[in-house]
Design a protein. Sequence first.
Length: 317
Amino acid sequence: MKKTIAKTLIYTLIPCFIGGFVSKSTAQGNSQSTIPKSTMPPDSIWKEHWFEHQEELKLVGSNQHVAVFYDKNMSQKVKWPIAVMADCWSYVKRNYGDFGADPKLYVILHRSTGKDYAGGHPSPFFDASHDYRNVIDCGLTHWDSPTGEQIGMPVHEMGHIVTSASHGTKGSPSDVLWGDSKFMEIFNYDVLLNIGMTEEAQKVFTQMQTQYDDFPRSGTQWFKNWFFPIYSKYGEGKVLNNYFLLLAQNFPKRRDGRYSRNLNFGEFIHFWSGASGVNLQEVAEKAFGWPPEYDLQFKQAQKDFPRLPYKIGSATR
């Protein structure tokens, strides 16, 4: 995904770009990587060499979960990202599994002074462009505290690593349906809750009550009418992970683990039904509408992927 224009919402919908995912995960301990596990401390200096980024980055702190790098405009006095990003990435790995042999997330923060490096992008560990590391690269004018988009943007970018590199797979066949930000709304909410930032999580929840999108139909409320009902009723973080696990186990992939095609909407509903353990047709009808196309796709998906764990004949609201 290329760099997008900054969005106006507070922080779950943020500017990001994703340079052609060629990522691979070893989620849930299913290691398939030939890249050796990193046992050495990260270098103190890292020279950027991707997109327009050419900064010399300095390591400001590292631990078992993260290595945090700043550009020359960042104040070395800003220390909160070391612990907070570690908490976030630690939870992500507990819920979704490992992503590659190196347990660290490499966090790059820029202090943007204009259009330079503003916004964010991820790079999963199977991508050569970022030296085969799980990377999030974010730029804002201020990094004073873990609030608003200062916490929301980095977590959002972690979410792209999850959607594109979980359970030994490459690519995100759901992106064609939910776009850049829709899954990240519930992902951010869940991460913030699970690292104890309940006030920030509540901000996401409140914002989403009046968030509307024009896809797949005008007036769609993805968080309020789709993701949150599923999340709150069927396992919270567990149901989010179940979706990606079922895709990895059942959806067609190439030999290298890359998904061979995108989902259609009926398949999307089918796999979320499997993740939840119930038929979500009526939830989907409320959230997205139910044109004949969805009905046909949903019934075909049930035939094509018959092993998903829910009762096909019984829909739930």
